[in-house]
Ligand binder design. Structure first.
Ligand code: SAM
Length: 274
């Protein structure tokens, strides 16, 4: 790399505000790439390439890499580094402001050691259509647990239901704080997600599903009959009837319902079956 390109210059110090914890553990980096599956000829969108440790591995194997970095200095450094490799595009932007599907312009995989301050918005952003065929994220361990949690477990919540309705979530491996520079205060984990063959809810009801699930877990200590009454303003008999028709115990609490049960209820409420 030439001095002129700027890449050989020392990288700027990590910016805490942008969640910059750079992964240097080669086994963790390889685990992210391996979890994506074969990359030959594939397009990979990377969220937050930072100093480019993961980008370099992806660039070596994939047909095309589109890496989205908000930090102007890091984006400039990466652009210089990949100036002579046209299959790598560096986009300087906030990942939440760009369409991943439009950048990919065809089927794509998604990877990222994501900035932890916006993990949940990123997970929801990646649910927009067209979805990645596989996404592999390095996230806070606690978030990985919530993503994969089964109904009834302590950490099961709105994030679990909203992801599990559309995605199969697989835990890949733990990553400790010392795998990063600088080390974060929390443990991390790699998770892999892929779209379910048949999502729990159809595209037309997705927005209503998301809003209802978030509202229901805002009332997680309440019974479902109260949840439906509160969120939909229904009289008690009507709330009770719609729940029974959906095969949901009116006395159950939101944290015991799986994504399918929420989907039946949201569809029934949309159809006015009360
Ligand atoms: N992928 C690199 C690695 O593994 O070493 C860096 C990961 S670091 C945890 C997160 C990266 O996301 C940083 O480079 C940070 O500047 C970038 N970032 C933070 N907020 C962002 C945003 N809203 N959009 C795009 N990138 C962002």
């Amino acid at each position: 790399m030439s001095e002129r390109s700027g890449f050989s210059m020392r990288p700027p110090p990590p910016r805490k505000r942008l969640g910059q914890h750079f992964l240097h553990d080669t086994r963790a980096l390889d685990a992210i790439v391996d979890a994506l599956g074969p990359l030959d000829g594939r397009t990979v969108v990377e969220i937050g390439p930072g100093r480019g440790a993961l980008t370099e591995r992806l660039a070596a194997r994939a047909g095309r890499v589109v890496a989205i970095e908000l930090d102007r200095d890091l984006a400039a450094r990466l652009r210089a580094q990949y100036a002579d490799r046209p299959h790598v595009t560096i986009v300087e932007a906030d990942v939440l402001d760009v369409s991943l599907g439009e950048l990919a312009n065809g089927p794509y995989l998604l990877a990222g050691n994501v900035p932890y301050y916006i993990t949940t918005p990123i997970l929801f952003h990646a649910l927009a259509h067209p979805r990645p065929e596989i996404a592999v994220y390095l996230v806070q361990r606690e978030v990985a647990e919530r993503m994969a949690a089964p109904p009834g477990s302590k950490v099961y919540g709105a994030l679990s239901v909203n992801l599990q309705a559309f995605l199969d979530v697989t835990f890949v491996r733990d990553v400790g704080p010392r795998s990063f520079t600088p080390p974060p205060a929390v443990d991390s984990a790699i998770v892999k997600v892929r779209p379910r063959a048949v999502p729990a809810i159809d595209a037309a009801h997705e927005a209503a599903f998301r809003t209802f699930v978030i509202g229901a877990f805002g009332l997680r200590r309440k019974q479902m009959v109260r949840v439906v009454r509160t969120l939909r303003g229904l009289p008690p008999e009507a709330a009770d009837a719609v729940l029974r028709r959906c095969d949901i115990d009116p006395m159950a609490r939101p944290e015991t319902l799986d994504a399918e049960a929420f989907a039946r209820l949201v569809r029934a409420l949309a159809e006015g079956v009360a």
